[in-house]
Design a protein around this ligand. Structure first.
Ligand SMILES: Nc1ncnc2c1ncn2[C@@H]1O[C@H](COP(=O)(O)OP(=O)(O)OP(=O)(O)O)[C@@H](O)[C@H]1O
Ligand SMILES: [Mg+2]
Length: 471
């Protein structure tokens, strides 16, 4: 027993002596080499998936190294596009000065220590890594802020570089169910250049939406923890020409997601809708435009069925039409609820409508459509964004008049954009600017201001109370 005790004491002394030696050696080492190094390897985790952090850093440094590095690798984008993307060459180092805080990035690859035999396509490429070095006195800044900045900036750059696709569903109506079909979607490159910066709407609304999108994108673990499908529903509503489709394009460009434009009238029934959903890939926006039109169709169909029942009673059974979609509202609700998305994640569903009031409450309810955004008639703030986009001006003596007219008349951003379009490409001279603005004034004056002004004040009251972005 005594022996055991003394052995325990000895071990205790040993461990404290070791920790003293360790701290002392760390201290000495710090004096000689006061830098901290963080390594980001390309493949990480159990299944050796490409690390998202590495991909983001790769994009960030690729952008940075164009101006600073000596040896740069250039390649075409992964998506088969024609744009060239850059990245640091192996063993290249770049220094970044962040307002007095200096950090160094090194690109390298690890050489495997064991000799392996590979079957098939031969050895995989050596795993690459980036190493970030900085002085230990900047630890809080680098670990607390800089790395987060690099990751979010890198993700944005990668999203911009990614060639996005626009998918549309092939019509399944009238198809033979036994016929083998390769895919239910066809796609083309998505080239829409819309960006949030050029979208004409109130800045605060835009900021809210952008923040929501960014939160959604980076919240994978949160959704997992809650056991919820990683999806988000947006309902965009407003009159035609207020930018609903433009906003969807801006969302796709911001996130770097593909768009699946689901035309419900071309979907035979709920089963086909499920199949379509299963065929979508992660990181996408599924769009159903003019959902009110579909609701209209359902109502009409209900009436037809009622008429059929009546006709059956009279022994006159009309033939049911095979030319129409038989998708139902509950089918759509199931689709939205993500029951079938459990196989994947990172999907945004956007519905658009011109008639918010007439939408079924089940479609609008929170948790289904998380965010409701009103796209409204052109305000003065929105007009200024369009004037900057189209005429590259921040002000003009006609602005005051336009501001007054906009307050009295309902005009859509699409109409304003049309009026501000000029013929001479990029360069616009002062005469042309005036002509465009006068053109807009003409359109505004031609609106029936008397009848619309009472409508506007009524409508504004409703909007002020409820809208912007609803959570
Ligand atoms: N808020 C906006 N910001 C910038 N441009 C806009 C905006 N709204 C409309 N536009 C311009 O008007 C055109 C038509 O807009 P868009 O198709 O996005 O309207 P919409 O609300 O989807 O209309 P609809 O209800 O008919 O589908 C766009 O190509 C764009 O040039
Ligand atoms: Mg549209």
């Amino acid at each position: 027993m005594e022996r055991l005790e003394s052995f325990g004491k000895l071990a205790e002394w040993g461990s404290s002596a070791l920790s003293i030696i360790f701290s002392a050696s760390t201290y000495v080492w710090r004096r000689i080499y006061p830098y901290i190094e963080i390594t980001f390897t390309e493949y990480a985790g159990e299944h050796l998936k490409r690390s998202e952090a590495y991909a983001a850093i790769d994009a960030y440094l690729g952008d940075l190294c164009r101006d600073t590095a000596v040896r740069i690798k250039a390649m075409t984008s992964n998506e088969g596009g024609d744009n060239v993307v850059f990245s640091m060459d192996d063993n290249e180092e770049i220094a970044v000065d962040l307002d007095g805080v200096k950090v160094w990035w090194l690109a390298s690859k690890s050489v495997p220590r064991v000799t392996s035999i590979y079957f098939g396509r031969g050895p995989p490429e050596d795993p690459r890594y980036y190493r970030l070095a900085f002085h230990h006195r900047h630890r809080d800044f680098v670990v607390g802020q800089y790395i987060n900045f690099v990751l979010s900036k890198g993700k944005q750059i990668a999203a911009d570089q990614r060639k996005k696709k626009l998918y549309t569903n092939k019509s399944t109506i009238g198809w033979n169910p036994y016929e083998q079909r390769e895919t239910l979607w066809s796609h083309v490159p998505f080239e829409h250049r819309a960006k949030f910066e050029t979208l004409a709407m109130e800045e605060s609304k835009k900021r809210d939406i952008l923040e929501d999108l960014d939160r959604f994108r980076s919240n994978r673990d949160y959704y997992r923890k809650l056991g919820k499908p990683w999806k988000r529903g947006y309902l965009l509503y407003g009159p035609p020409g207020t930018g609903k489709s433009t906003m969807i394009a801006a969302m796709a460009n911001h996130l770097g997601y593909d768009i699946y434009d689901l035309e419900l009238t071309a979907v035979k029934d709920n089963t086909d809708m499920r199949k379509l959903l299963i065929e979508t890939k992660d990181k996408c926006i599924i769009v159903i435009e003019d959902v009110d039109y579909m609701l209209d169709l359902w109502n009409r169909r209900k009436k037809v069925i009622e008429a059929q029942i009546e006709a059956e009673k009279a022994a006159l059974v009309p033939k049911a039409s095979d030319e129409e979609s038989k998708v139902t509202l509950p089918g759509l609700l199931n689709f939205i609820d993500g029951l079938w998305t459990s196989c994947g994640g990172e999907r945004i569903i956007v519905l658009t409508t011109n008639h918010y009031e007439s939408l079924d409450p089940a479609l609008k309810r929170r948790g289904r459509m998380d965010i409701h955004v009103e796209m409204s008639y052109c305000s003065y703030e929105a007009f200024k964004i369009l004037a900057k986009n189209y005429l590259n001006i921040d002000g003009h003596q006609l602005f005051r008049k336009i501001k007054r007219l906009l307050a009295e008349n309902e005009v859509t951003p699409a109409e304003v954009a049309e009026a501000l379009m000029h013929k001479s490409g990029d360069d616009v001279d002062t005469q042309e600017v005036r002509k465009c603005l006068e053109n807009l004034i003409g359109i505004l004056k031609s609106k029936d201001s008397k009848s619309s002004s009472s409508k506007i004040s009524k409508r504004r009251r409703v909007i002020d109370k409820s809208v912007g972005v609803l959570y």
